[in-house]
Design a protein around this ligand. Sequence first.
Ligand code: HSE
Length: 405
Amino acid sequence: MLQIALLGFGVVGGGTAEVLLENQKQIAAYCGDDVNIKYILDLREFPDHPLGDRVVHDVKIILDDPEVVLVAEMMGGAHPAYDFTRAALEAGKSVVTSNKEVVATFGTELLELAREHGASYLFEASVGGGIPIIRPMQTDLASNEILAVSGILNGTTNFILTKMKNEGADFADVLRLAQQKGYAEANPTADVEGLDAARKIVILAALAFGTLLDPNKIPTTGITGITRDHTETADKLGGAVKLIGHTEKIDGKILALVSPYFVPATNPISHVDDVYNGILVDANMLGRALFYGAGAGKLPTASAVVADILDVLSHRKDERRLPVWTRAAENDVADPTAYVCRRAYLFEGCQKCAEKAKKALGAQDAVFLEGSRFALISSPLSEKAAVDALAATGLCPILTLPVLD
Ligand code: HSE
């Protein structure tokens, strides 16, 4: 019998127990032994749950039990999740987690600690909910140089944007629905202001480039500033507004950002709706691959947690190869104004202004919206070059969005 413990019995913790119980037989066959949830750490009691008798309130009981070989941390938040993770790894127990805040903030040292103690630290569920993305990047793409990673990394905001676009729904109502469905973070500000997506792009950038950026320092814009202007412009230009996390290298330095983007209908990401996430990986041998699936929610996220549990338990006799990340120095981080991409603009003005803007920004066409406003897509320019080109025309855009090609 393989004994494990769950830290946190909320949406993801409850889902993880459900997956382990529901698919018990195939899980035992895969691991070569039964998997038993010996303890569940939570502040609350769960008297009506079939595993209610496993609930403990003191993490020491788990840490001091030599039978427990693995701890699944699904508490959320930095503390005490980080402290419990450290203590478990120091006790030689492997840790799997859905906690993107802990991975994005402390991943470098926790991976190091796991290596020192012959344990594993796996985090498939920290990005993309149930979508397999971490393991494919670490294993299947190991022979490739990763050039860029971009995509929809937050289910809650994609759910909100989709419902607002398709049903004209109210922001606050849809956010409440996302909370009821178990998609949103305990504090949904992290979702709507882009911080959750920032943590995820930082993890993907570390997998791609081996360097862990500070998630609090990357340029981050959420969806609270999205207005009807954005959706009308996107409609007119033939695409959708999506909250995108993007990372690439510019002259050897790492750029990572989170922003609303205009995504043309020709890019499959533009059709990724509701709680789904879609992640594009550009690799030098494979080319472009799209990872798509449920980006949040109880069972999809639990499915990824259990995938890591199975990975650890089925390789318990093997030596593990965990990624080595270094913490980013100031010099590792690219200047965001050097980011070259096409940009979508909305301006107020007449046909003559449109001609002037087209010329300055290297746009092929301009489309007119109601109220003598026009939209266009620039040619690929750095942000700095685009700002300089516009300054020379005296035109001031109502909005600007990077384009995800
Ligand atoms: N709040 C997150 C989201 C949960 O909506 O994507 C999954 O990480």
